[in-house]
Design a protein. Structure first.
Lengths: 159, 127, 290
């Protein structure tokens, strides 16, 4: 059954009509054309589909779009500001945080969420937080380095 | 072996009716939490030996909604232990196919075990 | 997924009305992680889903003034991990919830949803049972309070009746001076369910005698299991290594684990004993540090 919902995505309001069974990841990718968010496992485990809903980490592949009605959503497309990459994005480029890139949007969103609540995480804290984002390419060291450095540069920039 | 009397002793079995010689139709409901399975299928008596107290039959049923089916070959053996005590031995070889097979063998085995136990209790009550 | 109609009531009364109207054909949804997964697999095919997230008053955490904390059913597991009141007054609860899966899953799933789901592999139930936690089940007709220990009936089956919604959880403090521990055996990945888990609360005196003890196991059967026999062997007795060993040994008969990819039933049975010993020992040490 079709439902009318309003989603604020990366600051812009969207009024949509979606069937109840539409997953948030499909709504973002197909209804809104925001294909930055990827679908990996479809069961909420791999983390590729991670977005922020009202500031909280969410697996969009197991989230019904109708349950995000009225929420404030951030996808990877919303991280750069005024043409400048978010410190996490820049760090992933500078420190080998990705290879094929499929897990990267999820990694970046998750890392940003970490730094939002814990601007100076220890290595253990980073590993614990990022544990839900699987990567088949990098072996995780590049990701760990990227997040550590993103924390450092964010702190230096006072951001 | 009077299937019409025995089959309803299996918890969840309803609507057993005769469908020809040595063949019956039945519906069985199984629940595991919010998952409700509705199996409908046939029970075929493959062989009976009244003297030995033995019966073989095959159950084939499917839940088309959830997607999956069962095929069970069962042997029931009734042994007289004394004038008023009998022993019922049930051997079953059950295959779960499709979605329900993926649900998890351990829980299916657990459910099958408790279903058989309840069946034995119900049968004893009837007798 | 089969299509359905989604409802977002803004009050409990509205939710009860919808549950009444659609009966068996409706599923109530909290965080939705478990339900959406089952619906995607078509294992559950409700014609109507009643989402609870717009109902106010179900996500607060507050002291009830009686030495207990009342937690709204829609609180996320992440909130239990981070909330200052929980961390301060119920450290075992915060610690246990922090061990659930990943930060992302904890941010989506809720306290109430987890309990109603009835999955015996979950982390919170052993701790909640050990603490003597109760849940409030609300319906059109009123409320009833059920101890978590009595809530789990069978594999994925709880005592929640049709027409009832779990609205809050009442968590008493652990006895003052007691040591409490939740150990989770994870031989595979860190975000997994436990192969076996044990929650132990030990209240001991200066002479190392046990005043009271609770031992509850998770991932060890079709429901969480309270090891009463093991408790009896230590309650009001000296907490010697010998007594602890004897107590833990009885756990092998208390559990009824399932064979799966996290371990064979036999392996889990043996690990249940090992981790009970460890949990009790660690709880005693934690109590001494208090």
């Amino acid at each position: 059954m079709v439902h009318r919902i309003r989603l604020k995505v990366n600051g812009a309001d969207h009024d949509l009509e979606v069937p109840a069974r539409r997953m948030l990841v499909d709504c973002l990718r197909y209804d809104l054309g925001l294909t930055g968010t990827k679908e990996g496992c479809s069961v909420g485990v791999c983390g590729a589909c991670t977005v922020l809903v009202d500031g909280q980490l969410v697996a969009s592949c197991i989230t019904l779009a109708v349950t995000a009605d009225g929420a404030d959503i951030t996808t990877v497309e919303g991280l750069a500001q005024d043409g400048k990459l978010h410190p996490v994005q820049q760090a992933f480029i500078d420190h080998g945080g990705f290879q094929c890139g499929i897990c990267t949007p999820g990694q970046v969103i998750t890392a940003k969420a970490l730094l939002d609540v814990n601007p100076d995480p220890t290595e253990e804290e980073i590993k614990d937080w990022m544990m839900g984002n699987l990567c088949r390419c990098t072996g995780y060291y590049g990701i760990l380095e990227s997040v550590k450095n993103a924390a450092r540069t964010s702190q230096e920039a006072g951001r | 072996m009077d299937i019409l009397q025995v089959a309803p002793c299996i918890p969840g079995v309803q609507d057993v009716e005769s469908d020809g010689e040595n063949q019956f139709k039945a519906v069985m409901q199984v629940r595991a939490g919010p998952v409700r399975l509705n199996f409908s299928g046939t029970i075929n008596i493959l062989g009976q030996d009244r003297e030995k107290g033995e019966a073989h039959f095959r159950v084939e049923a499917a839940d088309r909604k959830v997607g999956g089916s069962i095929r069970a070959d069962m042997t029931m053996q009734l042994n007289e232990l004394s004038a008023d005590e009998s022993e019922l031995v049930i051997v079953t070889d059950t295959v779960f196919m499709g979605k329900i097979g993926e649900l998890g063998q351990p829980i299916i085995r657990r459910k099958a075990k408790s279903t058989l136990e309840d069946f034995a209790k119900n049968l004893a009550k009837q007798v | 997924m089969i299509d359905f109609e989604f409802h977002s009531p803004t009050s409990l009364d509205e939710a009860f009305g919808l549950m009444d109207q659609y009966g068996d054909d409706a599923q109530v949804m909290s965080g939705g992680t478990a339900l959406v997964l089952m619906m995607k697999q078509r294992l559950v095919q409700p014609g109507h889903v009643i989402g609870l997230r717009k109902i106010a008053g179900l996500s607060s955490i507050a002291s009830d003034g009686n030495g207990a904390v009342r937690v709204g059913a829609l609180c996320t597991q992440r909130q239990m991990e981070t909330d200052p009141l929980v961390r301060q007054n119920l450290p075992l609860v915060a610690d246990t919830y922090s061990k659930v899966a990943t930060a992302r899953i904890r941010s989506m799933s809720t306290v109430g949803g987890g309990l109603v789901h009835g999955d015996p592999n979950q982390d919170p139930p052993p701790t909640l049972i050990a603490l003597g936690v109760s849940v409030v089940l609300s319906s059109k007709g009123g409320e009833r309070v059920v101890p978590v220990e009595d809530l789990f009936i069978d594999y994925f089956e709880t005592d929640v009746q049709p027409g009832e919604i779990l609205t809050s959880v009442l968590i008493p403090h652990a006895p003052a001076g007691s040591g409490a521990v939740y150990t989770k055996f994870l031989p595979r990945t860190a975000d997994d369910y436990a192969t076996v888990s044990v929650a132990a609360i030990v209240d001991s005196d200066e002479n190392n005698n046990c005043r009271d003890i609770r031992i509850v196991l998770g991932a060890s059967g079709v429901t969480p299991i309270r090891a009463k026999e093991a408790e009896v062997l230590l309650r009001q007795r000296p907490l010697t290594e010998e007594n602890i060993r004897a107590s833990a040994a009885t756990v092998k008969d208390a559990v009824d684990p399932l064979d799966d990819f996290r371990g064979s039933a036999d392996y889990k049975r043996q690990m249940a004993e090992v981790f009970t010993r460890r949990a009790v020992t660690q709880a005693i040490a934690a109590g001494r540090r208090e």
